[in-house]
Write a protein that binds this ligand. Sequence first.
Ligand SMILES: C[S@@+](CC[C@H](N)C(=O)[O-])C[C@H]1O[C@@H](n2cnc3c(N)ncnc32)[C@H](O)[C@@H]1O
Length: 383
Amino acid sequence: MGNYQIIATAAMGLEALVAKEVRSLGYECEVENGKVIYSGDESAIARSNLWLRTADRIKIKVGEFKAYTFDELFEKTKALPWEKFLPEDAEFPVIGKSVKSKLFSVSDCQAIVKKAVVERMKKYYKRNSWFEENGAFYRIEIALLKDVATITIDASGQGLHKRGYRIDQGEAPLKETLAAALVMLTNWKADSPFIDPFCGSGTIPIEAAMIGQNIAPGFNREFVSEGWNWISSKVWDDARMEAEDLAKYDQPIDITGTDIDHRMVKIAQENAIEAGFADILQFKQMQVRDISTSKEYGVIVGNPPYGERLGEKKAVEQMYKEMGQAFGKLETWSIYILTSNEEFEQFYGKPATKKRKLFNGFIRTDLYQYWGKKPPRQNEMMK
Ligand SMILES: C[S@@+](CC[C@H](N)C(=O)[O-])C[C@H]1O[C@@H](n2cnc3c(N)ncnc32)[C@H](O)[C@@H]1O
């Protein structure tokens, strides 16, 4: 087994959650802006891809160095052990980005890195001709930040938010990684009720179900690194077997998604079927103001419209008011609402217990948290 520097990339604000997930997989890690860094063997690469719910991608760090000139970038890239990662027939496109660095022309940096890798490979594989690049896919990235070049290979392929269950969506679907993060930021336990009153295409209920039953989010998809010759199929089989063993398919869950739009309810149902939760999740057409329940100690997580579109603001603010009135009756429930509306608490009618800044794509939002009453302790209940 080898030892690799692994980077789990994270959306702004989600780094700590990704780090928590990495630690619970058993890897010590360091947190930087937008990424969590750790080392591990081939199975760490497979397990990270399969299990991390809130990370965007898994990348393998090939090298990191200062680069102020193109010559430096070329020589230091050529000095990296590319033959450890790339077989002779590898397809290896290079993408790039540059922030606050002397080398700001991304296309030139990409071309130089490509040339340096080819030079190294020609020498190692004793070739004079071009490489056909008709084998497995290794996407190299050169990322420059303040003149430090980090060179990685993407081990995920499609982003980790692509779980494989979304067959249709509404206008503003939540990214699966953010939906999972919202659920993980609550105090929800699988044996308590859960409602998403703005379920749209069902992302939050589906992610909650996967969390509740401890199902690996990547279980139903493939990863580009499954095609790499230095990660054996046994590593992937073992990782999938572990996921199968840890899944709690029998864990009862009580998750409901509701939405004002019956078309969205239908889409949510279809996505839930695709995710394998046909009989487990309930979806209903309903306005948020009509939500009421006699169940106790549940959790509501909602991503309502933000009222940013022209002409929508007043109606959304009225809806926030009605939501506050409906949820005000649920004293034992904890409520978590994600919105960019800075006056949300005023319309809702109550200051939040806590707010947490999060980015929904490029939109700055807050997760307004209203913590419900705690359940009485066992001995108090017996008094
Ligand atoms: C931002 S989208 C939610 C997207 C969802 N999280 C997803 O991943 O697909 C907001 C949803 O709220 C619904 N909605 C708008 N007003 C509502 C109301 N008064 N009651 C219930 N749902 C409402 C819309 O139909 C829309 O599907």
